[in-house]
Design a protein around this ligand. Structure first.
Ligand code: NAD
Length: 250
């Protein structure tokens, strides 16, 4: 029960690492709001958590829409009275196209991966200030630290924005006892929106840069998020945790 009685909101919780994180936080005692645009899948994960004895609710949220953020955070406060943990996990891939200079894709990636995290942070901070603090965990990537071939540069730019947004808000909100940290997964199961990074030939090439010699699993990221969400990391803020099999150490 590492996050007993905490209230958490996880974005992109219908799938992948967001779903794994929601399940783990609930198993460790948190009440979890699962936010996503995928209503059917998100409700199914929430129902699964409840069936296992946890406490969960699904919220429909497009992270690019500020009014929807206001409503989502308002719904959490209305139901459970506080917000202790926010996991800004929703994101879209940069490898969906071979046109690495697609302008519309630049705009969409920046809107979801960067603006979405900014809006979540803005409304999450306001809620956490009401109860004296909290923990925000932002999903960046190895792509927020270095460049890669076959990935639209907007993906790297958006994840780098998340990395520095995290540090900026950590500095600004330290006195309010709001901790803000980023998690940087490496080669994981492909995203729903992955193109090149789902291609077995490209994945095999990327694996050549991973000292542990394998892709990561969603729970390996969820455990890092759990640690940063919990009071076990109470003296950590503005830091970045690489969950990448050693990719960034090369
Ligand atoms: P995924 O595609 O399985 O899940 C992403 C979720 O975000 C989906 O449920 C999707 O519906 C949701 N989402 C997308 N746009 C949204 C929006 N506008 N509003 C609300 N929800 C939205 O991907 P994943 O692998 O679980 O990735 C989770 C996070 O980790 C992302 O931020 C991703 O960039 C990052 N990441 C992934 C990898 C990887 O290899 N899979 C590696 C590093 C970082």
């Amino acid at each position: 029960m590492r996050v007993a009685d905490k209230v958490a909101l996880v974005t992109g919780a219908a799938s992948g690492m967001g779903a794994a994180t929601a399940r783990l936080l609930a198993r460790e005692g948190a009440k979890v709001a699962l936010a996503d645009m995928l209503e059917e899948e998100g409700k199914a994960v929430a129902a699964e958590i409840e069936a296992a004895g946890g406490t969960a609710m699904f919220l429909r949220l497009d992270v690019t829409e500020e009014a929807q953020w206001e409503a989502a955070v308002g719904a959490v406060l209305g139901a459970w009275g506080r917000l202790d943990v926010l996991v800004n996990n929703a994101g879209i891939s940069g490898s969906a196209t071979n046109d690495l200079y697609d302008t519309a894709l630049w705009d969409r990636i920046m809107a979801v991966n960067a603006r979405g995290v900014f809006l979540g942070t803005k409304h999450g901070v306001a809620a956490m200030r009401r109860t004296g603090g909290g923990s925000i965990v932002n999903l960046s990537s190895i792509s927020g630290v270095v460049g890669q071939e076959r990935i639209h540069c907007a993906y790297n730019a958006s994840k780098a924005a998340v990395r520095l947004l995290t540090k900026a808000v950590a500095v600004q909100e330290g006195p309010a006892r709001i901790r803000v940290n980023s998690v940087h997964p490496g080669l994981m199961p492909p995203m729903r929106t992955s193109g090149a990074t789902a291609d077995p030939v490209f994945r095999a090439k990327m694996l050549g840069h991973v000292p542990l010699g394998r892709a990561g699993e969603v729970d390996e990221v969820a455990y890092a998020i759990l640690f940063l969400a919990s009071d076990e990391s109470s003296y950590m803020t503005g830091t970045e945790m690489h969950v990448d099999g050693g990719y960034l150490a090369c």
